[in-house]
Design a protein. Structure first.
Length: 485
């Protein structure tokens, strides 16, 4: 078996997908996954499509509050107090029903031109590094330059007005800037460019972003990026305090041009993870049901001045009779979270403020398991792995883009493969009865929670090891089909 070109490998995998899945199903029996556990545990509790069971303290807080009469404005103000306890009085907060809702309202309030006024409207542009998950933080404007006009084409059930394209806001453009050091090769059965981010150069990237900002300065209304802190996302270079250098550079550019910096930290932890103060962010948006462990909901944390229009848009900033908070109707009232979600956010934030080890200790335990289980892979594959731990995301990251340094490497699947059902890792894990995780673009995030944690949030080592072992077997099978062993 030999492949001269990447597309030949993926054509071969597509042709043999049925046989590969059969091997993976047999592997589930070989490693001893009990039938009663299949479909009920997995590699992360932090994906929206399969949220993890809530911790006991989160459930109890929700159940207790659900039986009481509590004005929602009072719950929102309690969230405000917790955030100010940690970040200071210059910061404010607004809960929303999802992280995506938080991004939507933030970009609309801070980056789009006004809808009202005589005469023609003007256009606005915000700058987004070409990085992973661009269909979230980079999807609210029309892509610029035009070579990226279809960069979101297949990411979802439809590409048109009712799909990702429908998120585009009024007269807003997204300036997409490739990062020096990153590579964007084509991979996958659904053959598309994938961002390889391990070797991003933060200093050269700052220069590239600054050049783009200067070119578009007359239209510039904001910057965005992810808020992650791992090498696989391009943020492995950090300062002495552990803050990703590239994020700091983007914050500095936003201040230079007096425009907001909106950070998508969906899979991140408030207080424990990336600090918005340290990177100069104006707004940081979280998915509170991912790493934080609350019920499905989102949270926007930002500087007080920029939070005023966001709170107004959500109908939470106060009524006309002297109060400082309300729960009224406004442009984004559809994005309000419910009472039970607010109750769980309060409890999750209290734990993050007062007992962060509840969420960080299981990550330490998980890292040891991952490193032990990866030893079963062929030496050629292991040599190309970069394994790191993130308290921000509550994860262990496995990046394998360097398996491609000297020719054909471990098969990489694009995000388009995930949506098209041709992602052999994710679908193969499902065949084994393991709920998969985010693992496209040669980058795998693993975290506790999906049937692998007890009601107090402690890791259940045997279950977590079984899930990781299943992933390792899937990678081993694909390595063999790619001719690496």
């Amino acid at each position: 078996m030999g492949f001269s070109y990447r597309f030949q490998l993926y054509r071969y995998l597509q042709q043999n997908a049925g046989r590969i899945y059969e091997e993976m199903r047999k592997a589930a029996d070989e490693i001893g996954i009990p039938p009663e556990l299949r479909g009920k545990f997995g590699l992360t509790g932090a994906i929206s499509g399969a949220p993890a069971p809530l911790r006991r303290d989160i459930l109890e807080a929700s159940e207790k509050g659900a039986g009481e009469v509590i004005p929602l404005a009072r719950l929102v103000d309690e969230i405000r107090e917790i955030v100010k306890d940690v970040y200071g009085d210059e910061w404010d907060v607004c809960p929303v029903n999802t992280c995506e809702a938080g991004l939507w309202v933030s970009f609309d309030c801070l980056c789009t031109p006004p809808n009202l006024g005589r005469g023609d409207n003007y256009r606005a542009r915000y700058i987004a590094p070409y990085e992973k998950h661009l269909h979230h933080q980079g999807a609210y404007g029309r892509p610029f330059p035009p070579r990226y006009k279809d960069i979101l084409a297949d990411r979802g059930c439809t590409a048109g007005e009712l799909g990702f394209y429908g998120k585009r806001l009024n007269n807003l453009d997204t300036v997409i800037v490739p990062l020096p050091g990153a590579r964007y090769p084509n991979h996958g059965i659904k053959y598309y460019p994938v961002p390889f981010m391990l070797d991003v150069d933060p200093e050269a990237s700052r220069a590239a972003l600054a050049e783009a900002a200067d070119r578009h300065r007359d239209l510039l209304t904001g910057f965005t990026s992810l808020g992650y802190d791992t090498p696989g996302y391009g943020y492995g270079v950090k300062d002495e305090k552990g803050t990703p250098v590239l994020l700091k550079h983007i914050g500095e550019l936003a201040r230079r041009y007096n425009v907001p910096y909106v950070v998508d930290n969906a899979w991140g932890l408030p207080f424990v993870g990336t600090d918005p103060r340290a990177i100069g962010a104006d707004v940081m948006v979280y998915s509170m049901d991912k790493a934080s462990g609350a019920a499905t909901s989102g949270l926007i944390i930002g500087r007080e001045d920029v939070m005023v229009p966001i709170r107004r848009a959500l109908g939470m900033h106060g009524d006309r009779y002297g109060t400082i908070a309300s729960y009224g109707k406004a442009a984004y009232v559809t994005q309000d979270p419910g009472k039970e979600a607010l109750l769980t956010q309060i409890q999750a934030l209290k734990v993050l403020r007062d007992r962060p080890e509840v969420l960080t200790r299981p990550v330490d335990d998980l890292e040891a398991i991952v490193r032990e289980e990866l030893a079963a892979l062929p030496a050629k594959v292991r040599a190309g792995l970069v394994v790191s731990k993130s308290y921000n995301s509550g994860t262990v990251e496995i990046n394998y883009e360097r398996t491609w340094q000297d020719g054909i490497g471990l098969p990489v699947f694009s995000i388009e493969d995930m949506y098209a059902g041709s992602h052999l890792i994710q679908t193969g894990l499902s065949q084994m009865g393991i709920i998969p995780t985010i693992c496209y673009d040669a980058n795998i995030f693993i975290s506790p929670g999906m049937g692998t944690s007890d009601p107090e949030g402690n890791l259940i080592p045997d279950r977590m090891r079984l899930a990781v072992r299943g992933l390792v077997r899937v990678l081993d099978i694909l390595a063999r089909w790619a001719g690496l062993s």
